[in-house]
Ligand binder design. Sequence first.
Ligand code: TRP
Length: 457
Amino acid sequence: MMYASTGGTAGTGNAPGRGQWSSGLGFILAAAGSAVGLGNIWRFPYSTGENGGGAFILVYLVAVAAIGLPVMLLEISLGRATQKNPVGAIAAIRAKGPWKLIGYLAILTGLGILSFYCVIAGEVLAWFADYGQRTVTGTSMLHGFGAGPSIVSFVLFVGLTVLVVAGGVQRGIERWAKILMPLLLVMMIAVTVRGLLLPGAMEGVRWLLMPDFSKIGWKVVLEAMSQAFFSLSLGMGAMLTYGSYLSKHQNIVACGTWVVAFDTLIAVLAGFMIFPAVFALGQEPGAGPTLIFEVLPKVFAAMPGGAFMGMAFFFLLGVAALTSTVSLLEVVTAYFVDELHWSRRKSVVAMGAATVVLGIPSALAWAGVDPLATVRILGQDGLFSLMDFLWVNISLPLGGLLLCVFASLVWGLDAATREIVSSAPRFAAFAGIWRFFIRYVCPVFIAIILLTRLVPV
Ligand code: TRP
């Protein structure tokens, strides 16, 4: 919420009192803050590791270009055209019939993602505290975080998110993010260089750059597509909501393309930060969600001033995660404030509480006390991967698919095109291709991938 939320309404056609980004750069920073997070640095590497390395990255890049970018432009333009939260945006165009369900799915998915995302962000927080302590005292006390600390750090992170969204530090976080996000990039480059210098690292580079095409199957394609939605914050109206605060003068195509490019760059860099080290240290690339927490501490141990580097890195990663959880909670909050007329404070506190209730099982599962240890649901191993599967592999692509259908059948791609072209005249030349993607390529492709994965289960 790095927009001016009070008073700062410019006379550019936005609803009075709703607030607006101060500039296109303001939008890019906020949207990039939403997009860049654990998705790039935690999920992208482990997903790459589980799905065959270079081949996965290749499929991922295709998914970003062919589905991510078109849907990004659609979400931003629908948000700016209606200036509403996801439910309100759909209702503004078609109040009757089942279409509003797309909006409700978005709100539910936001809470679902928050519930497990904050567990991982809490783990990042715990590592930050652990390294902080090592920096000061030279020893580690927190090691081997159990169920208790896992729940505490999870609840703490939800609390941080609630504080920011409630409005206390709105201006603060924008200023901080401007400095800290570039710093994270610099830090990632430093860690990458250290990893590349480890003996045996080149095997990891080869593994990243040489796609083994035999690894590509339906599961890999589904995983790459879901990862694209997750990493770009698409499929649940986050970019729609941020787009609703964008001025009519700003170029949607330029803004959207920058966010996509930056997010993708950070993800690929994270791959190069992790995998050379994985191979050099003889770790298992397919280790799953714990991957970065097993590998990075070993790289820090090999760096001069490793404890301080670890502390700084996990701090910056925590900030990146915070700008993402803020966007998730902001969407949910915008719905309760706009549609149900709750106060901002009440919405934020209630939804923070809901996130905690929903997330406790995930926090337990993360700490090894898995409520689903003995049952397999939808072919997933344990509760944590079930949450990930439901919200990321199914809900997000489904949300994107339904939005494409809504735009094609109800809103109309002419109206969408007009919204984009009004501030990006040169887009007119590409509008035909874009409409073809929104009308046919994206929905049909997503539907096929979802079906092939869901039907056999
Ligand atoms: N994109 C963020 C990340 O990569 C997570 C995120 C924030 C998100 N907002 C979202 C994912 C909305 C899906 C939808 O860490």
